[in-house]
Ligand binder design. Structure first.
Ligand SMILES: [Fe+2]
Length: 543
């Protein structure tokens, strides 16, 4: 069966293609349109589809729109707010429902040849859940989904047995841990449903002194759900204007919200574990991108193993909807083997891009060794290799790499990316070396957990150690990522250090680099010392 998945309703529009139960391609629209998060998450934009991502997925799979057996759309309008006579009520939410009902026709217009009767609506949280239990290595697991909102809920707890989901609890809106986190994100002057990870980073600078207030307002209800009472944020810390300065009270507020979220995750997981007795938990939904909370859960929660969908935000629902529909149509589903599900270019095409740009370049015998050499000399390298990543993390395919021993490299990278200086950068390390340097759950291939840096290593790799002594690591398995593993080994041979700084390849406010033109534009406009574009190396003259 050939099944296309579409996420279009809120933010991070994306598409995925599943053929005979195997994920063939998945991509976010922002990587094509160069518009961060694809579109604003308002009802008026619901009609906009991930057109370019969907076309590319089909092209990559050699599937024409008329060949599709089904399209899974990750929102069910039958569960959404009913449009009434005055569409403006309830913040135009009814308009969203109307647009989703028309989505099959919009899809037919975007993908000529597609049969609109093949579109199947998958409830938003079921799509999130499927992106975890059908994509994870174990097909029997407890399932926890937490996000801002779907049609009418913000949470799903359930159990998947041999790939069949049984829903055990759903928390209806307005109670939402994701929306609470979004609110505090906006209160602290950051961008709602985009910058939540900044609150998580800021939390490490504060003390959770408002935790009692949070505990009174945010409580689990003993039946798998929870309540979130309205919180007067300004009574705890004054509102910050966008881009404004934050102080101690703001860091303390971030720390308090983060701490309560961590406690809630453990409470919800305990309830779920009492129902299922499973050893494995799989998670998705935007809240599952909170790697600090994930680590807290992995460490203190009742489950032995926790697996998180790397595209845990709404982008991943395109994949979940496609997998869910494919399974309903009878296909056995294969776990996703990697998050590298996006575009790539053959060597000849990369060479042509470099020749068009008229930049001097070389083709070293091994780009991994040549990159390790530049990094060892404290150069910053833009690393563009293979298929781009699905999800918000750079995992060694579209990365900025640097030497971890120089504390100033954090500032250099944050300058290149136009980011706040309190934002940490992360290390990548070969799997077999990870336990020597970091404490925490291994492997960690998708950067969804934080690990404690062993004290003896902290002064040796200061650029990647967050203020609380942790690091959000990516472990690299040489069997899965031989090129990256070779680069890391080459760096260790030269420096004695097993880790390299890895952050996403993009500049301020832009989506991650996806195609060779983006890579060349990034290299041309930012103080990066070298660009490793496939097997080719471009050096900045001064370097
Ligand atoms: Fe969601």
């Amino acid at each position: 069966m050939r099944v296309l998945g579409i996420n279009a309703v809120f933010h991070d529009p994306s598409a995925a293609l599943v053929v005979d139960g195997v994920v063939v391609a998945a991509a976010e629209e922002e990587r094509f349109s160069r518009r961060k998060h694809g579109k604003p998450p308002v009802p008026f934009s619901t009609w906009e589809l991930p057109e370019q991502a969907a076309r590319w997925c089909l092209e990559h799979g050699g599937v024409r729109p008329e060949d599709l057996d089904a399209v899974g759309y990750s929102y069910d309008p039958r569960l959404g707010p009913e449009p009434n006579h005055d569409l403006a009520t309830d913040g135009w939410e009814g308009l969203r429902t109307l647009y989703v009902r028309r989505a099959p026709l919009f899809l037919k217009a975007a993908l000529p040849g597609l049969d609109p009767s093949r579109v199947r609506f998958v409830p938003h949280h079921v799509a999130h859940a499927a992106s975890a239990y059908l994509a994870a290595p174990s097909s029997t697991a407890s399932v926890l989904v937490l996000d801002g909102r779907g049609e009418c809920a913000s949470h799903l707890a359930g159990r998947a047995v041999e790939g069949e989901l049984k829903i055990l609890a759903i928390q209806a809106l307005p109670h939402s841990l994701g929306l609470m986190y979004e609110e505090v994100t906006a209160h602290l002057g950051f961008r709602r449903s985009s910058d939540e990870y900044k609150v998580m980073a800021l939390a490490a600078y504060g003390r959770p002194r408002f935790l009692d207030v949070l505990r009174a307002a945010v409580r689990s209800t003993g039946d798998g759900g929870f309540v979130v009472a309205p919180i007067e944020w300004a009574s705890l810390a004054p509102r910050v204007d966008p881009g404004g300065a934050w102080g101690e009270a703001h860091a303390d507020l971030a720390a308090s919200v983060q701490a309560r979220l961590e406690e809630m995750l453990v409470e919800l997981a305990r309830w779920l574990h009492e129902q299922t007795g499973d050893r494995d938990l799989v998670m998705a939904g935007g809240v599952a991108l909170n790697c600090v909370a994930n680590s807290h859960l992995a460490e203190r929660g009742p489950f032995e193993r926790v697996w998180v969908q790397p595209a845990a935000g709404d982008a991943g629902t395109a994949l979940g909807a496609a997998l869910y529909v494919a399974q309903r149509l009878g296909d056995p589903i294969a776990p996703m083997p990697t998050a590298a599900l996006g575009r790539e270019w053959p060597e000849a095409a990369l060479r042509a891009w470099l020749e068009t740009a008229a930049v001097p370049f070389e083709r070293p015998r091994d780009i991994a060794e040549a990159t390790a050499e530049v990094l060892a000399a404290n150069g910053v390298v833009a690393w563009f290799q293979g298929r781009s990543e699905f999800g918000p993390r750079a995992l060694g395919h579209r990365s900025l790499l640097a030497h971890p021993a120089h504390p100033d490299n954090l500032r250099r990278l944050n300058d290149i990316k136009g980011r706040e200086q309190f934002r940490p950068v992360a290390p990548m390390i070969r799997l077999e070396r990870a336990a020597d340097v970091f404490e925490g759950p291994l492997p960690s291939p998708y950067m969804l957990f934080t690990h404690r840096v062993r004290p003896v290593w902290r002064p040796r790799i200061p650029a990647v150690v967050h203020v609380d002594g942790t690091a959000r690591i990516q472990t690299v398995d040489a069997d899965e990522e031989p090129l990256v593993a070779r680069m890391l080994a080459g760096f260790e041979r030269r420096t004695g250090l097993p880790a390299v700084v890895n952050t996403s390849l993009n500049t301020a406010g832009r989506p991650m680099v996806d195609d060779p033109r983006d890579a060349l534009e990034c290299f041309g406009s930012a103080p990066v010392d070298a660009l490793a574009l496939g097997p080719f190396l471009v050096r900045r003259r001064a370097a």
